[in-house]
Design a protein around this ligand. Structure first.
Ligand code: 48F
Length: 263
């Protein structure tokens, strides 16, 4: 067969158009492809919900690739092993109650499982704003405003596009970007102690891990937090390169939203 360059271009354009236009309205839009949101994407996809993830970087994976201080191994505790086993990630027992996985294997497997479950990851797209809606007079987040990351980086004056979602999850990690954005632009009061993003505390793995899971949930009508964004929003400690809490947070947010959508 003779390859035609223009046909190659057409296959890509048509295929991408099909994918994005099928995801202009979704059940769940996850912001950030870190471990928490990708585990959420896996379970939401497995439950048959239409789910998309928008990731501003070229590679999904967030802070999982680099292990701890670029030693590409991550540490895990017992209570996340069921998720690791379900995803088919190899792990090794280390000290009593501690396990490690190769961070490249863990990250690439989570990405693959998430996408194969039916959740579409749109990389190189930055979420720059939310859709503001009212339901029975109550303000809520009703979707996302998206732009190409390079457009944002270069500061080009190009209008973004909007996508509709029944639920939005801020999984942007340490910055909790979407929570900050809505408090700034909508004068929103979050479900936190102060009504604002409280800010993350210094490292304390034991407390941070449990705090992440406990505070994974709704932070404003239509907006949920997962992973490290939950610690920032609700004011919990960071936890460094142990990832059980991130994985459990992703599963918890999926369980909450599956229950809400499917009943
Ligand atoms: O930071 P990140 O990995 O989030 P996470 O799932 O996991 C945190 C851990 O990696 C680690 C930790 C565990 O001990 O503390 O830090 O909570 O991934 C967040 C992703 O969100 C993307 C960002 O590029 C990263 O891949 N992101 C951030 N802001 C935006 C965004 C945005 N506005 N639009 C799209 N993607």
């Amino acid at each position: 067969m003779q390859l035609k360059d223009v046909t190659i271009s057409k296959t890509i354009i048509d295929s991408f158009y099909e994918k994005i236009s099928a995801h202009l309205t979704v059940d769940v839009a996850l912001v950030g492809a870190g471990p928490a949101n990708m585990v959420a994407g896996y379970y939401l996809g497995m439950a048959g919900l239409k789910t998309s993830i928008f990731e501003s970087h070229l590679a999904p994976g967030g802070g999982m690739w680099g292990g701890g201080m670029m030693f590409n191994e991550i540490s895990l505790q017992e209570d996340a092993l069921n998720i690791i086993k379900e995803l088919g990630i190899n792990f090794k027992p280390r000290e009593k109650g501690y396990y490690t996985t190769d961070s490249v294997e863990a990250t690439s497997t989570i990405i693959s499982k998430c996408v194969k479950a039916g959740t579409v990851i749109f990389n190189l797209i930055k979420v720059t704003d939310v859709l503001f809606r009212e339901e029975n007079g109550v303000p809520k987040v009703g979707g996302l405003v998206i732009s190409w990351s390079p457009v944002e980086k270069l500061g080009l004056h190009v209008d973004p596009l909007g996508i509709e979602a029944s639920f939005v999850v801020d999984g942007t990690g340490h910055p909790a970007e979407i929570c900050h954005l809505i408090t700034r632009k909508m004068d929103a009061k979050l479900n936190t102690r102060t009504g604002d993003v409280i800010g993350e505390m210094p490292l304390w793995a034991e407390k941070g891990e449990e705090f992440t899971v406990a505070n994974t949930g709704e932070v404003y009508p239509g907006l949920y937090v997962s992973g490290m964004a939950a610690n920032n929003a609700f004011g919990g400690p960071r936890m460094g390169p142990i990832f059980g809490g991130m994985l459990r947070s992703g599963k918890k947010i999926a369980d909450i939203l599956i229950e809400k959508i499917k009943g």
